[in-house]
Design a protein around this ligand. Sequence first.
Ligand code: BG6
Ligand code: MG
Length: 212
Amino acid sequence: SINAVIFDLDGVIVSTDDCHYRAWKMMADEEGIEFNREINERLRGVSRMESLAIILVKSEKEYSSEEQVELATRKNNYYVDLIKELSPADILPGVMDILTELKARGIKIAIGSSSRNSPAILKNIGLGGYFDAEADGNHIQNSKPDPEVFLLAAERVGVSPVECLVVEDADAGVEAGLAGGMPVLGVGAASVNPTATLQADDLSKITVDQML
Ligand code: BG6
Ligand code: MG
């Protein structure tokens, strides 16, 4: 039985795609690197430095590791400014109903996100301190598709991985959940991932009964 649900943040609880896109785009334009929404799609669920590596495939210039850190930091500074505009209105459809019902039924809820900005985003959308546990990019060594962030979230809510359901919008996240021995509900971009245990367009299209 499922005793905890671990939610990815970006693309599951709130859509930050556009903020990531605009921030990477500003940096890429300054550097003269081709970057578009299609490339942005490949960054879903991927860590900040791994995202930069994907973007730099299009670069003619070779960047040293110090320069790469500067590019990622510059993008993050733009991103931090953009996410200041997020509010509870940006919470995705169905999310609050599912979270409230899980809480009412005594099912633990946790965050398992690659983002180091996860605490700031949760605060801005009014969900700071709402989850029973949070595991994010600040707490892990290995990014999705490694299961580390989900295993840490499971440990923090005190529920064994097989009793945790992961909710993910990224293929890398679906792979991570399955690698951690957890069933996975794919939503958004991952709603067509055939390896996901369950699939739904978004959280308004599934019930808690179907999830458990
Ligand atoms: C993930 C996003 O949640 O976090 C990725 O889907 C992003 O696109 C990653 O690159 C890391 O985010 P941050 O906020 O630590 O740069
Ligand atoms: Mg995501």
